[in-house]
Design a protein around this ligand. Structure first.
Ligand code: FAD
Ligand code: PHB
Length: 391
């Protein structure tokens, strides 16, 4: 088998890349270890930056997103007994974010890929990369009981944090930057009307909590918990009681409750590898970096990477110009580090680390007040949250 670009992983990074290449007439094959049902059912992120929405729209995969996505012009920070609205739109010259589940983005991209007749294989196994330092690298894999070798000009490693692509780079060629956090998020999806029109990021003495949504009937909620928390210790009543307590900072506020449709624990990590490329292998999205979800950036950053990669591949095929491919990692990493900083700043400002000392708690409170009182500080939050156009 042959193609121009072999794409490992059918998450947002791999599927958006396949779509962008398709629009440039560049042939690709997408390989995914999981089934279509699994990939389409995986509940993850929900906030799309305006530039992500614009890119999906230009790529012709945003019809449903335009109809069903919930456009938000602001968010609430809740702490110290009060809610404070950050007017994202007013602070950023009219920019907004759109709430639309990652799994819906993935469903739309898969449908578009298959209806365009693009190659996309689910449930492959034993994926291995070969000769990534050559001009004709290969991906070996098994599918339907048969062994295959896919030769290509370039491999896009879009296989997420636990994928195999990053490990195909000799360790000596990589620098790893990493930070673990002493907490995680317990997330639920509930059949309940959102309790507020906007997202609420709450800093409560019992820990962080987040109110988000998916549709006018479905709420997405998170609460800070222990890393590796056992879900068995969290029956529905305990989840709701804890969420109610953490949002109750504002008098008279009650969360709408409902059937819990999905639940999971998300670890919190900051992680970057540099460079994001080796020979003809290019890492994109979670394969190259992880951000804690407090800034709502993981998915948006994955899309930003593949926009750069599609642009570089298109220059390569159009003019034989390899310079943009050579500069891929450097170009991506500027945004990656900006987003790393923003995500870790939001995380530090909103969570209660175990054993937080009182001095630290006062600093955190002062920082939150400053963000809510100072237009300059609020703009810093807003412009990063909606997504910086240039970095
Ligand atoms: P992924 O979405 O991880 O896609 C990688 C794909 O590669 C997967 O489909 C995987 O099955 C496949 N794959 C893996 N190994 C192989 C292989 N060997 N061969 C072929 N395919 C392979 N971000 C937020 O902003 N908010 C959130 O609430 C949030 N929650 C999250 C919860 C969880 C449990 C996780 C893991 C992430 C969460 N994120 C969240 C982050 C966000 O979802 C990711 O940043 C985003 O999915 C990155 O997209 P990606 O395409 O790079 O990687
Ligand atoms: C979500 O809706 O899943 C979501 C929203 C904001 C975040 C993280 C996740 O910061």
């Amino acid at each position: 088998m042959e193609t121009q670009v072999a794409i490992v992983g059918a998450g947002p990074a791999g599927l958006v890349l396949a779509r962008l290449l398709e629009r440039q007439g560049i042939d690709s094959v997408v390989l995914e270890v999981r089934s279509r049902e699994y990939v389409e059912g995986r509940v993850r992120a929900g906030v799309l930056e305006q530039r992500t929405v614009d890119l999906l729209t230009e790529a012709g995969v945003a019809d449903r997103l335009q109809r069903e996505g919930m456009v938000h012009a602001g968010l609430e920070l809740r702490f110290g007994g009060r809610g404070h609205r950050i007017d994202l739109s007013e602070l950023t010259g009219g920019r907004t974010i759109t709430v639309y589940g990652q799994q819906e983005v993935v469903k739309d991209l898969i449908a578009a890929r298959l209806s365009a007749g693009g190659a996309l294989r689910f449930a492959v196994s034993d994926v291995e990369l070969a000769e990534v330092e050559s001009e004709r690298p290969a991906v070996r894999f098994r599918h339907d009981g048969e062994a295959h070798e896919l030769r290509c000009d370039a491999i896009a490693g879009c296989d997420g944090f636990h994928g195999i692509c990053r490990a195909a780079i000799p360790p000596g060629a990589l620098t790893v930057y990493e930070r673990e956090y002493p907490f995680a998020w317990l997330g639920i999806l509930a059949r309940a009307r959102p309790s507020s029109e906007e997202l609420i990021y709450a800093n409560h003495p019992r820990g962080f909590a987040l109110h988000s949504m998916r549709t006018p009937e479905v709420t997405r909620l998170y609460l800070q918990c222990e890393p590796g928390e056992d879900l068995g210790a969290w029956p529905d009543e305990r989840i709701w009681a804890e969420l109610q307590a953490r949002f109750e900072l504002t008098e008279g506020f009650r969360l709408n409750e409902g059937e819990i449709l999905d639940r999971g624990v998300t670890p919190m990590r900051s992680f970057v590898v540099e460079p994001m490329q080796h020979g003809r292998l290019f890492l994109a999205g979670d394969a190259a970096h992880i951000v804690p979800p407090t800034g709502a950036k993981g998915l948006n950053l994955a899309v930003a990477d593949v926009e750069v990669l599609a642009d570089a591949l298109s220059a390569f095929y159009r003019d034989g110009d390899e310079r943009r491919l050579a500069g891929y990692s450097e170009r991506c990493l500027r945004r990656v580090w900006r987003v790393q900083h923003f995500s870790s700043w939001m995380t530090a400002m909103l969570h209660r680390p175990p054993g937080q000392d009182p001095f630290e708690a006062q600093l955190q409170h002062s920082q939150l007040e400053y963000v809510c009182r100072s237009r300059a500080a609020a703009t810093t939050l807003a412009e990063n949250y909606v997504g910086l156009a240039e970095v």
